[in-house]
Every structure is written in C-alpha cells, then in structure tokens.
Ligand binder design. Structure first.
Ligand code: GDP
Ligand code: MG
Length: 360
C-alpha cells in the first residue's frame, strides 16, 4: 500500500480527485497536492465514504521475522473432555510460572515449557467460537487439538471438528482422552479416525496422536511436545517490529475498568498509549496485562494480553488496527459503524423486497 497518492486512490475507487479531497478536508485531514502520499487510515476513511472497501494489506517484505508460539484451539465432541483438558493445561501453565498470581479467565492462556518454548491456548472450546472467528476473518488458530474420548470414540461433533479444521486448512493433533478409564480403547479410536480419512502418523500420515488423561494429567507433556513439533514443522514466524495487527479473542465490561479486550497480536507490537480501532469501536490503550495479570508496556505476536482503554465493547474476531491520533481513531470507527449500519439497512430492505415479491 505504501505511498499511495490521492490520484491513485481516485483511480481505484472510481471517484474524482476533487471529491476525495473534499472528503479529506471535511474530516480534518490536511489536503496537499494530489500527488502527496496518504496514509492507509485516510485511505480507508475516504474509501468508506465513497462506498469502497479498502483491504489493509500488510507488507511483510523486508521485515525481520522471528519465531512465534503456536495458537491452539481445542475441539471435539461434547463431554469428551475439552474443558477438563484446558483446565489441566492451564494448571501446568500457572505452576510452571510459580507466579502464585490470580489466574484470570481471559479466553486464552500460555503454557511455557522448560525449554523456553511456549504454546498459546484459546480457552474458548467449541466449534461455534472457531467458526464465528473465521467468519469474521480472524484466522488466529494455527493448530487444532482434536479431543476424542477413548471410551466413546468418534462422534458427530468429532467429525464436525475435523471438517472445520480441514476447511480452515489448520493441521490437527489428536488427543485421545480418558485413557485412565477401564473401558478405554485408544486403538479403536485410531481405526475410526483412520477410516474417516484422517491421515494418522501410525498409518504413515502426518497427523500426530497422543494418549492422555485430562483427569490424571498423564500424557499432557506428550501432547505439548506434539504441538511444539507440529509448530516447528509449520515454521511459524511473525514480524515483531512496527505497528501491530491483532485480533479480539474475547471482550467484556469490568465495572471499574470499563471494556476489557483479550487480544492476540498477529504481527508487530502493541504498546501502551497507542490509539486503536477495533472493529467499529475505538480507544486508547491505557494498560496492557499478561494472562497472569501483570502489567506490561508491550504486546508482541501470539501472546494473549488484556487491553484496557476501549470506549466501547468490540466483538470476538474483530481486528485491531493502530492509528496515529484520536481524531483518526474516532473517524475510522465512525466510518465503519456507518458502513455496518448501511449494510444492515440494505439487508433489511432486501428482506422487505423479498416479502413483497412473495406477496405480489
Ligand atoms: P467437554 O464437554 O468436552 O468440555 O467435557 P468436560 O471437560 O466437561 O468433561 C466431561 C466429563 O468427562 C466430566 O465429568 C469430566 O470430569 C470427565 N473427564 C474429562 N476428562 C477425563 C479423563 O481424562 N478421565 C476421566 N475418567 N474422566 C474425564
Ligand atoms: Mg466443556
């Protein structure tokens, strides 16, 4: 995008240079020569006004990429032990840190391994959350942990999870859970998954399978190792320097602190004091906390943090964009809100027309 001028934007949006300059002036932007470069914020704002979508393409060209932790989502059939597994993993996360701090439920947590590597788990099991995030364009998950109970085997939601992962092109690591149970039959689960087309490692494929018990904790270390190995194969890297691009994992309102957003940075670094536009809301980052509640100034890639300072409540899956000033933040969020409202009205009038057509 770098270095776009008003002339180019006019070409791309099919509007006249003059009308774009008028819009810029009306939102308080300095209007220079039509060959002056304009920022992405202004381009988005102006384009929204003339009804054109601007997609922010972040050029990673020339940027220094550094390895980042994988972001993992746990999926599987109801009662197969997703919540138990996340609870057990979260405990290892806190124990390892010996922080003794209050574990906050932020919708995500980090497990740090003795080797120094770490894994970020999204704490919102369930396929609805995964699909909702994807529908909003938030491809945050790198790996799906598919939980299958050893005493129950492959069930409808197991298959559903498999197809979600496949559609999203996200690799699966299978955790055969409840292996402590007398009726456990992990071999049967392997055969079932294999016959459903999952290319298991044991059968010459590349999908790792680990036997665990979320109840006793057996095999959790093996699962973590498997996830790190998968991550290594994927060579996950992110740009650390420069403006952040991030996603909302969860948002809630705290009585004292106002809207709180759990975010995961995709690339770049968020820092306290920055103005951000989050979906159709905006704010200025007043505080950043890690998942153990410790205050920090910066948030880099793949580590979940809690952000304080939003003026309104965004939604899970919303994107977080850093902008240069309060004025821009306000205008960008206003522009997006207007667009949302327009979309809503259009859908409503379409529905009305359909009703009329039916009646006619
Ligand atoms: P979810 O619906 O997938 O989140 O499943 P839950 O985590 O709520 O677990 C459902 C039930 O299975 C609960 O009663 C758990 O205590 C039990 N459970 C989960 N993991 C294990 C396990 O490894 N072994 C045994 N014996 N029970 C388990
Ligand atoms: Mg559950």
């Amino acid at each position: 995008f770098e270095g776009m001028t008003v002339v180019e934007l006019a070409k791309r949006t099919g509007s006249s240079v003059r009308s774009l300059q008028e819009i810029m002036a009306s939102v308080g932007e300095k209007v220079g020569s039509e060959f002056d470069p304009i920022t992405i914020d202004v381009a988005e704002l102006v384009s929204t006004e003339v009804g054109v979508n601007v997609k922010r393409l972040h050029s990673e060209e020339g940027a220094i990429l550094k390895p980042r932790p994988p972001v993992v989502t746990v999926m599987g059939h109801v009662d197969h032990g997703k919540t138990s597994l996340l609870d057990a993993l979260r405990k290892t996360a806190v124990a390892a840190k010996e922080a003794g701090g209050i574990t906050q439920h932020l919708g995500a947590f980090v497990v740090s391994m003795p080797s120094g590597a770490s894994i970020t788990f999204l704490d919102t099991p369930g396929h609805a959350a995964f699909t909702a995030m994807r529908a909003r364009g938030a491809a945050v998950t790198d790996i799906v942990t598919l939980v299958v109970a050893a005493d129950d085997g492959v069930m409808p939601q197991t298959l559903e999870a498999m197809s979600h992962a496949k559609e999203a092109n996200v690799p699966v690591v299978v955790a055969i859970n409840k292996c402590d149970k007398p009726g456990a039959d992990p071999e049967r689960v392997r055969i079932q998954l294999g016959s459903e087309g999952l290319p298991l490692e044991d059968l010459g494929g590349d999908v790792q399978v680990v036997e665990i018990s979320a109840l006793t904790g057996t095999g959790l270390d093996k699962l973590e190792e498997a996830l790190l190995l998968q991550a290594e194969l994927m060579d996950l890297k992110a740009r650390v320097d420069g403006p952040a691009q991030a996603y909302v994992v969860e948002a809630r309102v705290d009585r004292g602190r106002g809207p709180l957003v759990t975010a995961i940075v995709k690339s770049g670094t968020l820092s306290v004091g920055q103005y951000i536009v989050v979906g159709a809301e905006w704010g200025r980052i007043r505080a950043i906390r890690d998942t153990l509640g410790r205050a920090t100034e910066l948030a880099g890639p793949a580590i979940p943090v809690e952000i304080e300072g939003m003026k309104g409540l965004p939604m899970a899956g919303d994107d977080i964009t850093v902008v240069g000033s309060e004025e821009r933040a306000r205008m960008l969020s206003q522009g997006r809100r207007k667009k949302l409202e327009q979309g809503r009205l259009e859908r409503m009038s379409q529905e009305n027309q359909e009703i009329c057509a039916e009646e006619g």
